[in-house]
Write a protein that binds this ligand. Structure first.
Ligand code: SF4
Length: 312
């Protein structure tokens, strides 16, 4: 992935790969596990700044834009920006990361469907409404998100529900996959994210943090459930050495972006920091280079003792 910033200040950007674009810092949820810190009051880039940024990308032939936030759909100009990008750069692939709540409105869903993203990644923190709402800190958010997913599917928008594994839900991950398979049979894929302990997630880490060695057996069971239903499943940032060999092919890096960066902060710093991956403790493990490792925020919390480099 290219960690390009939403920089509207200069000429064309020639890029290949995937860029992350945060449309705004606000959200209609306030998730305790959000890697952003939406309670910080920050000013969004304006419509004209976003358009200027998109204009810099328009000539790219092989580019995916991951549109996120905060919650991108709550911007008043969200539909305009999606249309602008689709009309002016139809060859650019748009992936939307959204909590799905605005799609509970069918009129809004229909308008997005006119210029649809290639898929929408929707976090669902549990199949249990009370637990989901406890994590989002918004009563009724589960029902809106589920209705939003249903509406998107009605309008033929591809949806990938995903769960962010933490201490409150790790034992429920297999049943979450079962829930997705049974409730949304039109969904072809489901995501399982390990958690980056930054932002609100870092502030709430005592409630949320779970060792990978404890969650891995449940993630493996979730993969079994997905396979039972023929559902594609992708687990991100789980070290290969913590799962049985047959499950490693379901683990990847960066397929579903959970990283949050304020582009302007990064511009001020002048360079991007690598915040996840394998580490020195991996030594000469044969999977270095292939294995995604995990979040550095995780290593800072739990150290490296769980890693079991593989040499054969
Ligand atoms: S030791 Fe490191 S490279 Fe090897 S499987 Fe574990 S995390 Fe991946």
């Amino acid at each position: 992935m290219i960690n390009e910033i939403c920089d509207c200040s200069s000429g064309p950007l020639e890029l290949n790969g995937s860029i992350y674009c945060g449309l705004g810092f606000g959200c209609n949820n306030d998730c305790i596990l959000c890697v952003a810190n939406i309670s910080e009051k920050r000013e969004n880039m304006s419509t004209s700044q976003m358009v200027a940024y998109f204009d810099r990308l328009i000539d790219n032939k092989n580019l995916t834009i991951q549109i996120s936030g905060g919650e991108p759909t709550i911007r008043g100009d969200f539909l305009y920006l999606m249309e602008y990008l689709s009309v002016n750069a139809p060859q650019i692939t748009k992936v939307l990361l959204s909590n799905g709540r605005r799609f509970s409105n069918t009129d809004f869903t229909a308008k997005v469907a006119a210029y649809p993203p290639v898929c929408v990644l929707v976090p669902l923190h549990s199949y249990r409404p009370a637990l989901h709402d406890m994590i989002t800190r918004r009563q009724g958010s589960f029902n809106e998100t589920v209705l939003g997913i249903r509406n998107m599917l009605e309008y033929k928008i591809i949806v990938i529900p995903k769960i962010i594994v933490n201490k409150l839900n790790y034992q429920l991950v297999p049943d979450f996959v079962e829930f997705v398979a049974q409730t949304f049979p039109e969904c072809k894929a489901v995501g399982v994210d390990t958690m980056d302990l930054l932002g609100s997630a870092g502030a709430n880490k005592e409630t949320l943090k779970i060792k990978h060695t404890e969650s891995a057996p449940y993630i493996q069971k979730a993969i079994d459930v997905a396979q039972k239903y023929g559902l594609h499943i992708s687990v991100i940032y789980m070290p290969f050495c913590l799962v049985e060999e047959k499950y490693r092919k379901f683990i990847s890096a960066d397929q579903f972006i959970v990283m949050y960066k304020d582009p302007r902060d990064e511009r001020e710093k002048g360079s991007l920091t690598k915040e996840r991956g394998t580490v020195e403790a991996c030594g000469k493990c044969k999977y270095v280079g292939e294995c995604p490792g995990t979040w550095y925020s995780y290593f800072r919390e739990f150290g490296y003792d769980e890693l079991k480099p593989i040499y054969d």
